[in-house]
Structures are given as structure tokens and as C-alpha cells.
Design a protein around this ligand. Sequence first.
Ligand code: PLP
Length: 294
Amino acid sequence: MAWRFALMIDPVASDIRRNDFSDTFTVIDPGGAALRVGDLSAQRGDGIFESLGAIDGHVQEVEPHLARLAHSADLCELPTPNLDQWRAAIARVAAEAPAGESVVKLILSRGVEHGPTPTAWITLADAPDSARARTEGVRVTTLDRGYASDVPARAPWLLLGAKTLSYAVNMAAIREAKRRGADDAVFVTSDGFVLEAPTASVVLRFGDRFVTPTPNAGILHGTTQRSLFAHLEQRGFETAYETVPASDLSRADAAWLLSSVRLAAPIAAVDGEAKTVDRALTDELNAYLLSPRD
Ligand code: PLP
């Protein structure tokens, strides 16, 4: 990934209103060192993040991402982020974005061990090329997430609805999927229900009805899925949040992995069994997802 630009952010309390936050930003070398060795993001993965897509300098879905950042901070008992400050940081970074697709990443760490404040920074990088995933699709393998569907309610300390920096498990799942000859994974509960992919939401189509697993099942509520559902509803399709049995992945007429940077990647195979890719509909969905969205 080519890093283009980065800012350290001096976090400002959420109740402080200002018109100008520029004195709280420090431009840093995006290829250089920036963190203290004691930072808990590096020591324990103790922090949260958001990845936003940017297209020709327009950052997509800023408000839904900021709302999820605030929600993750709340679940992790981090200080409430000052969203005006983050908006200003996103605008500052967007001004540096080149033509084409980029990734803007917001990171909020608990900070240096025993330190008084969290550490925050924002980066801009070139987006990886997703053309093949968006057209030919991705082969997925289902992987047991290791807990039953009632665990999120029983064990909130697992932080299952928060976008924490602890993605080692998610990355391990993608490696396991590759070992099994697939491109990506879909997590299922130990009692057999679809959750999400390690870095994407799952959406299934049954006729004119689009379904995604209910977000209180211990998954992230995807900004891309929400935006796509609003678009599909406008086009007259029905959408629903449901408990989705793992067998529905094969039974559905079509299925996609949805995320802010790769956008809609059609599922081309499930556990080695080919699935039809609806190329025309997928192209349409990606044309919508590539259009400027707020
Ligand atoms: N689920 C997980 C675990 C993710 O990491 C992501 C995005 O990275 C998503 C779902 C999709 O979220 P979004 O559409 O907001 O990118």
C-alpha cells in the first residue's frame, strides 16, 4: 500500500466547540516512525479504527463512519471522540487525495500506558486494486467463529460490535481461507448462523429480497451494507435484517461481501461449490457505491 499523507491528532474533549482545529494536527512523514513504544495500540491492540473509501478526493459516508467510531469508543470505554475535530481531520486529508480510489483510516488508541490521553492519527493511502474481486468475485470458505449466537448478549466484554484494532484473528481467518484454496472467509457461529467476513458484511439475494445478518448478532454494522440497502429500497427492492442459517449462503440466488474499500465483491464459490455471479447487478451496485455518497 502506498502511504500518501498522515496527521497526528491531539485529541480535544468532545464538548469543546471550535471553528478551527488545525493547531491540533501535526503532519507526519507517512513512511516514518510516529508512535511511542508504550502505545497501547501497538502493545495490546487496545484502540479502535475506521477505514473510509475516497474517490477522486471525495470521502464516502463520513457521518456513518464517525457514528460507528463514537459507538466503538463507547463500547471500549475510550473518551468520546470530538467528531467536529475528526471531520476537520478528514477534510484536511481529503485535500491531499489524488484522483482515483484511496483509503482514509482513522485510528484512536487508548494511548501510552499510564498516560493521560489517547493517541489519535489519520492516514491516506492508495486503495488496493479491487477490479478482479468486483467482477469475477471471491471464493469464500465458511469458518467457525467459535461462539454461539447468544454470546454477544451474554459476554459484552468481548466487544463484538466494536471495530477494535485487534484484527489478528480476522487476518488469521483470511490466511486459513487461502490455505483452503479460497480468497476470503465467512464467519459462522458454532450453532450455524452467518456472521460476517473478516473485513466485510455479507448480503444475500433471494429474488427481489436482500437479506443481511442482524447487527446485534455480534458483528459490525457495515456502512456499505446500510448505504446499499437504502439504495436498493429506493429501487423498490425489499431489504431485511435476519438470523441467517449458514446453508443460506448456498441457497441464495446471489451473495456479496460488502466493505468500504473493496465495495461489492460477489461470492463466486462457497466451500468449493460454485455460485452464480450476477455480473450485471454487481456492476450496477458498484457503480452506485463508486458514486459520491454522504
Ligand atoms: N465487518 C468487519 C469485521 C469489517 O472489518 C468491516 C470493514 O472493514 C465490515 C464488516 C464492513 O464495514 P464497512 O462497510 O463499514 O466498511
